[in-house]
Design a protein. Structure first.
Length: 381
């Protein structure tokens, strides 16, 4: 189907909301210990502010995928945006960690709705190479949007730790755009290759989980390393992590070129190798400003990987089950986000944040080498 530029732009703005899901409040987290001085395990609970939405999405996304398939794309996007703004901005006035975490759980439902529907619309609106190019553009757009939000969140968190939560009210501004420009796909495009390769997607979901498990070390650990260990301000921390978003965009734009030369699995391995390199480099940093060199490496690898895994799923999924498949993929990605700080927290506590990055990078290189060996000498034997 022919898609207007207004519809494409609206879809790009909607995709940015999933990037906004946590990035806006990242630099607020280290300040929670000052506001909740008597709260036990506040370091862990403050990290959970960005992972509770992930758990909510991980648990509910498969069911949301089946449920949302019954309704129009426009109606579900409208409901998602409304909940996104109301629950997301609740940190402006709520007090107590229990209430804050509950609002984040509801916020996760909103993000899940938006992510599932926008992903399925990309599959409905575009096919093959056109889809790969658009997905690179979408990921790049989201990354640049995330960059602006991250810097803005850093500035606002230095003013008051609650202020970054107000950024989520932007969802209300998107409602008229959805109503006016989102077009219901009457005849979703599907290539012959899509139907022929409608195979079991479980392997892709598992790789998506691993991807986010590894990549989400960046937002859950880096602010604490820079602020608590190196004494960086919220503005400086936001600027450093923003560099990751710039190169995340470049990595996403690189995907369509890589896809012409490598298959999805090969691109996944390449992206993971870039992430592992970023981990090792972070472990070597001795001055906070050197994070401006390491952060781009992490971002570039993440941009390749996120675009690749979503394109891989859309390539395999049957068009009639695209919303449901998007739900399962969202579940896998956000399950990885939720378990990332839980799984790695003991190692971080034992090694220290910076030494953890060194060990994690080395371990990841070992796993990558094992994966290459199995793929080349076992599976192809």
């Amino acid at each position: 189907m022919r898609v207007s530029n207004a519809t494409k732009t609206t879809l790009l703005l909607l995709a940015m909301t999933t990037m906004m899901s946590n990035v806006a409040i990242i630099t607020s987290l280290p300040h929670f210990s000052d506001h909740f001085p008597h709260q036990e395990h506040i370091g862990f609970l403050s990290r959970m502010m960005i992972t509770v939405p992930s758990l909510s999405i991980a648990l509910l996304a498969p069911f949301l995928g089946h449920f949302l398939a019954r309704f129009s794309r426009r109606a579900t996007l409208g409901a998602g945006l409304l909940l996104f703004s109301v629950a997301g901005s609740a940190g402006l006035y709520l007090d107590g960690m229990e209430a804050m975490l509950l609002s984040r759980a509801l916020f996760g439902v909103a993000v899940g709705i938006l992510m599932i529907v926008t992903t399925s619309l990309v599959g409905d609106y575009f096919t093959s190479d056109e889809r790969h190019r658009y997905m690179g553009l979408q990921s790049a757009f989201s990354s640049f949007g995330g960059l602006l939000l991250l810097i803005g969140g850093g500035v606002l968190s230095d003013m008051a730790w609650r202020y970054p939560f107000g950024i989520y009210l932007i969802g209300l501004a998107y409602l008229p755009l959805v109503w006016r420009f989102i077009v219901e796909p009457r005849h979703p495009n599907v290539s012959i290759q899509d139907d022929e390769e409608n195979k079991n997607l479980l392997g892709i979901y598992l790789l998506a989980f691993v991807l986010m498990l590894v990549f989400y070390v960046l937002p859950t650990q880096m602010p604490f390393l820079m602020i608590n260990h190196f004494g960086a301000s919220g503005k400086l921390t936001g600027a450093i992590i923003a560099m990751a978003f710039v190169f995340n965009a470049l990595g996403a734009l690189t995907f369509s070129t890589l896809k012409k030369h490598f298959d999805f699995m090969q691109i996944y391995i390449i992206g993971m190798a870039v992430i592992a390199t970023g981990f090792v480099l972070i472990g070597l940093v001795r001055d906070v400003y050197f994070f401006f060199l390491t952060s781009p490496v992490m971002g570039f690898g993440g941009g390749i990987l996120m675009t690749n895994i979503t394109a891989w799923m859309l390539h395999k999924a049957h068009h009639k089950k695209r919303v449901r498949s998007s739900g399962y993929l969202s579940s896998a990605l956000f399950m990885g986000q939720f378990f990332s700080p839980i799984l790695f927290y003991p190692a971080v506590a034992a090694l220290g944040v910076q030494h953890f990055f060194t060990v994690a990078g080395a371990a990841l290189f070992v796993l990558i080498g094992l994966a290459v060996f199995i793929r080349r000498f076992v599976l192809e034997a």
